[in-house]
Design a protein around this ligand. Structure first.
Ligand SMILES: NC(=O)c1ccc[n+]([C@@H]2O[C@H](COP(=O)([O-])OP(=O)(O)OC[C@H]3O[C@@H](n4cnc5c(N)ncnc54)[C@H](OP(=O)(O)O)[C@@H]3O)[C@@H](O)[C@H]2O)c1
Length: 349
């Protein structure tokens, strides 16, 4: 069990600049007609979302909002899972401006709080909706050191742990929806090419990253995005073992100018994106960036456990292939979520 076997395989070690250039090319395993220039709307143009329920985390700005908009455009009912009803109301009004019949509903979710994740799962179940797709899109990047309500480093808590618990709690619902509809359910997690630049060895798991000493904001982000891939791969192995009707996949959206960069100096961001737009190295518009995640949410066939960029399977870092590290992360995450993982959230039932 040393390594996950994937069609993407492993990439050569790379620095940050090389990483941006690489993410701009479609040098992965081509599995679809779409490329990094395909917009999310183009990707879903032939998809019929009527009767499909999708949960999107971080749904009112950036990639999450575009994902919500185009899936609703094809008739899906989208549950917008986020922290701010006010922001969701603004986004809903905008989306309904172009699609008055859009089926949207807001439900409160703060991924940095395990209690909030559990409450969301309970509230969601009370709606009686059957979810076919969970898009784990929400994320934060490069923020100053902070601890979550549960005492974990904030990037790890928000980007990984909250989504780990959310997925685990919703798995029975995703499985039930797949059985009822005959459509395979999906867990789509938005990772990043930054998974190539985590803390040495991957994580600071012993403390849940809770120590300020040695904190590095971009490494903390990189580690949380590495966690997204390891979680996806380990989940997929466990789902396959029990012949589940749910598939787990992940992606990198390209480099997209969104609020994700709000913790970085504004001038630096401006210059950075100006250069990227000129060179087109890995640069994607919001609509192109959302293309990969809507592809994974809607394409008839996707390959479970794979990491996609520009709708193609891409290699990952060596650490993202390390099964032992994935199991260690899984067990540590379970321990951190102890008390919130009820029987319904345990796979193997
Ligand atoms: N943009 C890029 O270049 C890029 C590159 C690689 C990967 N990604 C990934 O793409 C995903 C979407 O990012 P984006 O670029 O669209 O960024 P964004 O515009 O900043 O959107 C992030 C979303 O996550 C939500 N969020 C943050 N913390 C949360 C929490 N504790 N609970 C619930 N929701 C929370 C935000 O809501 P609030 O307004 O409530 O904070 C917001 O809706 C992220 O996972 C990011 O890591 C982005």
């Amino acid at each position: 069990m040393a390594h996950f076997s994937t069609r993407g395989g492993r990439s050569k070690p790379m620095g940050m600049l090389k990483l941006l250039n690489d993410s701009g090319k479609s040098s992965g395993v081509k599995v679809s007609e779409f490329t990094g220039r395909s917009t999310a709307e183009e990707v879903v143009k032939d998809w019929d979302g009527k009767g499909i329920v999708v949960i999107v985390t971080g749904p009112y700005v950036g990639l999450g909002k575009e994902t919500t908009r185009v899936l609703a455009l094809r008739g899906a009912e989208v549950v917008m899972a986020g922290r701010s009803k006010a922001k969701a109301d603004v986004a809903m009004a905008e989306i309904r401006g172009g699609n008055p019949g859009a089926k949207l509903r807001f439900m409160e979710l703060d991924l940095s709080s395990l209690a909030s994740v559990k409450k969301f799962a309970d509230d969601f179940r009370a709606t009686g909706l059957a979810p076919n797709v969970l898009v784990n899109n929400a994320g934060m990047a490069g923020a100053p050191f902070a601890l979550s309500a549960d005492g974990h480093e904030m990037h790890f808590a928000t980007n990984h742990l909250g989504h780990f618990l959310l997925t685990r709690l919703l798995l029975p619902d995703l499985e039930a929806a797949a059985k009822a509809s005959g459509v395979q359910s999906r867990v789509v997690t938005v990772s990043s090419a930054s998974h190539h630049t985590p803390y040495p060895g991957g994580f600071r798991l012993e403390s849940g990253g809770a120590s300020k000493k040695g904190y590095d904001a971009m490494k903390a982000y990189g580690s949380s995005k590495l966690a997204n891939i390891l979680f996806t791969r380990e989940l997929e192995c466990r789902l396959k073992d029990r012949k589940s009707a749910v598939t787990a996949v992940c992606c990198h959206p390209g480099v997209v100018q969104t609020d994700a960069f709000r913790h970085v100096n504004r001038r630096v961001v401006k210059v950075f994106f100006w250069v990227l737009r000129k060179t087109m190295a890995g640069y994607r518009t919001i609509s192109q960036g959302a293309g990969s995640q809507v592809y994974l949410a809607t394409a008839k066939e996707v390959e479970g456990g794979e990491y996609y960029v520009d709708c193609a399977i891409m290699p990952t870092s060596e650490l993202a292939l390390d099964r032992a590290l994935a199991v260690k992360l899984w067990e540590a995450s379970e321990e951190m979520c102890k008390g919130y993982l009820n029987k319904r959230g345990s796979e193997g039932e």
